[in-house]
Design a binder for this molecule. Sequence first.
Ligand SMILES: Nc1ncnc2c1ncn2[C@@H]1O[C@H](COP(=O)(O)OP(=O)(O)OP(=O)(O)O)[C@@H](O)[C@H]1O
Ligand SMILES: [Mg+2]
Length: 371
Amino acid sequence: MPEARGSAGAASSARPRVLPPLVLDDLPDGIVVTDGDGAIADLNVAAERLLDRPRADLLGTPLRRALPLQDTSGRRWWDVLLDTARRPVGVSEDGHGERLLLLPGGTELLVTARFHRDETGTLLRAVLALRTPDERRRAETDTASLIATVAHELRSPLTSVKQFTASLLRRWDRFSDDQKRLMLSTVQADADRVSRLVGDLLDVARVDAGRLTVHRRPMDLATLVREHVDRLRFAGYDDERFELTVDADLPELWADPDRMAQVVTNLVDNAVRHGAGTVAVGVSAETAPDGGSWIVLTVEDNGEGVPVENRPYVFSKFWHGGTRSGTGLGLYVTRGLVEAHGGDVDVDAAPTGGARFTVRLPAGEPVATVA
Ligand SMILES: Nc1ncnc2c1ncn2[C@@H]1O[C@H](COP(=O)(O)OP(=O)(O)OP(=O)(O)O)[C@@H](O)[C@H]1O
Ligand SMILES: [Mg+2]
């Protein structure tokens, strides 16, 4: 293998730096190249390290001996693979994506394979990328900690429900009506929290599986916003806190009212929770690039806004920031719902510097219902 490493540190900053050509040794994954008969023709330093044998020992060795990998059903991977690789073009696949395979002794390797052939389909070369499953394990650990987070979020309201109901049942006669009402409303709020979280998780699963269904019918977005704002006022928020601006002569919106209620709730509740000051909601119309119309919903607040560097992340699953953050599912679900309607949602800054979320939905009757 050519040695192409060199020090670029000495190059003057005025001259453009010429990078040495990329070589196999630069790659973080182990790379093993075989000839058409399956003998090792080349490999990089990372592969030497993974296989724990020097290059000189490995070159020319049949791969089935150097790398006696088995799949988890006990099949010899290389024999199965070679069988596939020898088939003519068009019949065989071009290799395989990442597979978990075992070395003798149980060491796990993740292997990706690519075949190169001549025009008759004869194998000329196989290129294999090898890596240890550490990264994947780290991802699994992340998933485990996410499950722990969700379980914790579910358990804390349930614990409170259990404690309050237990006290009420045990000492019903000793509580005053006011105390009972307070305890029951706490129980109700906690039950709402659990049911919202479970609903979000179900929607996340639907978004991930591409199975979010929307039942569109003509609906009035402005009324829906008004109703949500009224609910917040009823729940004790200041009247002055909300401002609603609705354009006259809006085109007809065909959307799923329940799903749109979720979008409005998520965005307005975020503005109240993560933002500050007046929350201004606008419903207007815009001309789409294809000449059609969009109904545009904007939710602005007077808080600190979403920093520019965080904007590409806020719609990601479980991403949350700041001191008053929740599970980080609201915007992920919101984006999934809006996209299921053929629209999009974005964040930038309001003129006051607070956050501005903008939802654009195609107006008019849809050609076909998107699932
Ligand atoms: N109006 C806003 N102003 C400032 N930051 C916001 C605003 N809306 C959202 N964010 C930021 O985006 C993050 C993600 O929002 P998202 O709604 O997905 O999650 P969440 O509100 O933290 O939890 P959940 O909605 O699941 O209860 C929030 O944690 C917050 O940091
Ligand atoms: Mg939220």
